[in-house]
Design a protein around this ligand. Sequence first.
Ligand SMILES: Cc1cc2nc3c(=O)[nH]c(=O)nc-3n(C[C@H](O)[C@H](O)[C@H](O)COP(=O)(O)OP(=O)(O)OC[C@H]3O[C@@H](n4cnc5c(N)ncnc54)[C@H](O)[C@@H]3O)c2cc1C
Length: 384
Amino acid sequence: MAGYDVIVIGLGGMGSAAAAHLAARGQRVLGLERFGPAHDRGSSHGGSRITRQSYFEDPAYVPLLLRAYELWDQLAADSGIDVLTRTGGIFFGPPGSVTVAGSLRASREWGLPHEVLDAAEIRRRFPTLTPGPDEIGLHETAAGFARPERTVAAHLELAGRRGAELRCFEPVVDWTTTADGGVRVRSVAGEYTAGRLVVCPGAWAPVLLADLGLPCVVERQVMYWFQPTGGVGPYAPDRHPVYIHEAADGTQVYGFPALDGPDGGAKVAFFRRGTRCTPETLDRQVGAEEVAVIAEHLAGVLPTLPGRFLTAATCMYTTTPDHHFVIAVHPGAPQVSVACGFSGHGFKFVPVVGEILADLATEGATAHPIDLFDPRRPALEATV
Ligand SMILES: Cc1cc2nc3c(=O)[nH]c(=O)nc-3n(C[C@H](O)[C@H](O)[C@H](O)COP(=O)(O)OP(=O)(O)OC[C@H]3O[C@@H](n4cnc5c(N)ncnc54)[C@H](O)[C@@H]3O)c2cc1C
């Protein structure tokens, strides 16, 4: 008989949530993680992640977000950990930009509460922002930020409390299916068998899910923290929203209030302006010229933000050609479920992805709409 009901490979954002949901359903869970709990070597660190519902990427994500918000609140209640804060969010730029037009489309399609603000109103309500005269914005009160390290820690804590066995610093070397319809997983420390497998490898997807042949690109992304000119007062989380601005050339920059007091500064980053890497070749050093580029860009959008540069950190996106996720039962192995390719926008979905993976592992299917995330969709056909 298999040793465990389910093995979860990778206990980052998605895997820790899957482990918690599976353990809550009474499954005997083994979780295996290459690094420590809530580490900074993958994609789920850096203190903050934007959450929002008016989803410009595609309105098809909205039902998942509505469920995610319920589960975020449940996670906070069950763990006693403050994982998500609603600050409101403003998504602004030219009226026809993806950020504005796409957010509006999702909001209207799903009847989400929102307001459309012209440039003068944006400046009046949010004085740190300086949109161009023809820019407009969508304001959404449900938006805010999640705390990635606390979220992973909360899910691991709940998984452990519910009986999951969690082994950190134990990289998986490979996995195979077995003749009896189960799985065998080999780590640096031993070999384990189970009835089902859930693979959540983040930037290691090209290695652990090589058999799927997904055209995922791993990218180095940089997060910057600045001490605003005049201090963090106007950037306090009870006054300042999360924001995304899209420039006329399509460049998107996003940021947060000052979350960790006067010394922590406020975090800001470019969305999807990365350079190709692997987890092994990722350059963690951030050059002065990179800081200068974002500071110059911010001068036109939030001129007081780049007062004094504090620090920067790198993180990885694992990006699919159409920027949609991969979440499915493995096409070649019904006892294996996979979640990867989150393309730089997965964190706000963490709790609902955990629920979906628990559905797939225990039932072989989910009632959540995940057709968009099929690994066999045409957009993922390997392009030579
Ligand atoms: C700079 C940056 C900003 C972002 N901003 C946002 C945002 O504002 N909003 C948003 O929604 N999303 C955002 N994202 C995206 C989001 O953070 C990711 O989509 C999400 O964290 C991915 O989670 P994951 O579980 O797939 O990856 P990870 O959290 O990296 O987890 C994968 C885990 O697998 C482990 N692993 C890999 N190989 C093995 C092995 N062989 N054996 C055992 N364990 C293994 C790794 O160590 C890791 O812990 C951002 C990402 C970055 C990098």
